[in-house]
Design a protein around this ligand. Structure first.
Ligand SMILES: NC(=O)c1ccc[n+]([C@@H]2O[C@H](COP(=O)([O-])OP(=O)(O)OC[C@H]3O[C@@H](n4cnc5c(N)ncnc54)[C@H](O)[C@@H]3O)[C@@H](O)[C@H]2O)c1
Length: 253
């Protein structure tokens, strides 16, 4: 029996892939031989540069713009991906946003924006992509949660709620679709050096909290992409509904 990290012959769709962790996952998957659909929201330059980088290295990639919090946009994205690159074997729900705000200042609009982007998008993307996987009898879904979805954090209630929801949704989908040969798992990173939590823009208070973990550092996006590659590959074929934690020790279940 062969067990390997190769993704040759597979197509992966990564949401929010123009920057940060999504970009690192797209690059790593392409290096492993996958065709990659780089979804982005209003970042045509960054997405085009990533596609060019992958192509120059001999890989295959295409960029498709879509707001994954919008059901119609998600349908258009998946339809265009199927027409352009064919079946989607690996779905990575990575797109996300964060907002710092005291709970009592949080508006209904804040709540809806956070929950729609960070949680509803995972429902919409899974609902659009899973039928093809079911028809083929296999596939992989990887959802980006966060250690904050398990820990909670003052002034980040909508984000933490959405990420806890991503974990519940991942486990539910894992149970429902395992009989179809589909593996659904989540990644709950600790702090990662991206625009979302950039070392430059972090407040001293945030920095202090984020670094109060055993490894006392933030991760680079490639370290999270390595976990995604493992979950996408045949090496993790007995992983189902798991929440992997590249988090420097912030959570030890
Ligand atoms: N950086 C961290 O410390 C950290 C920690 C734990 C989890 N995460 C999660 O990792 C994922 C990636 O975050 P990142 O750190 O790379 O930040 P990032 O801001 O670099 O990447 C997020 C990407 O999602 C895209 N996006 C946002 N809303 C979108 C929408 N509606 N449709 C399509 N794309 C959209 C953004 O344009 C951006 O490219 C997020 O889900 C985030 O919550 C990040």
């Amino acid at each position: 029996m062969s067990v390997q990290l190769s993704l040759v012959g597979q197509t992966a769709l990564v949401t929010g892939a123009a920057t940060g962790i999504g970009r690192a996952i797209a690059l790593k998957f392409a290096q492993a031989g996958a065709r990659v659909v780089v979804n982005h929201l209003n970042q045509p330059q960054e997405a085009a540069t990533l596609v060019q980088t992958i192509k120059h290295a001999g890989g295959q990639a295409v960029a498709i713009s879509a707001d994954v919090s919008d059901g119609e946009a998600v349908q258009r994205l998946v339809t265009e991906a199927l027409h352009t690159v064919g079946d989607i074997h690996i779905l990575v729900n990575n797109a996300g946003i964060i907002q710092e705000k005291p709970f009592l200042d949080t508006t209904e609009a804040d709540w809806d924006r956070m929950l729609n982007t960070d949680l509803k998008s995972v429902f919409l993307m899974a609902r659009a992509v899973l039928p093809g996987m079911v028809a083929r009898g296999g596939g992989v879904v990887i959802n980006l949660a966060s250690d904050l979805g398990m820990l909670g954090r003052e002034n980040y209630a909508p984000y933490c709620t959405a990420k806890a929801g991503v974990i519940g949704l991942s486990k539910s989908l894992a149970r429902e679709f395992a009989p179809h040969g589909i593996r659904v798992n989540a990644i709950a990173p600790g702090p990662v050096n991206t625009a979302m939590v950039s070392l430059e823009s972090m407040s001293a208070e945030w920095m202090e909290k984020e670094l109060a973990i055993p490894q006392h550092r933030v991760a680079e996006p490639e370290e999270i992409a390595a976990t995604a590659l493992f979950l996408a590959s045949d090496l993790s074929r007995f992983y189902c509904g798991q929440v992997l934690g590249p988090n420097g020790g912030s959570v030890m279940p």
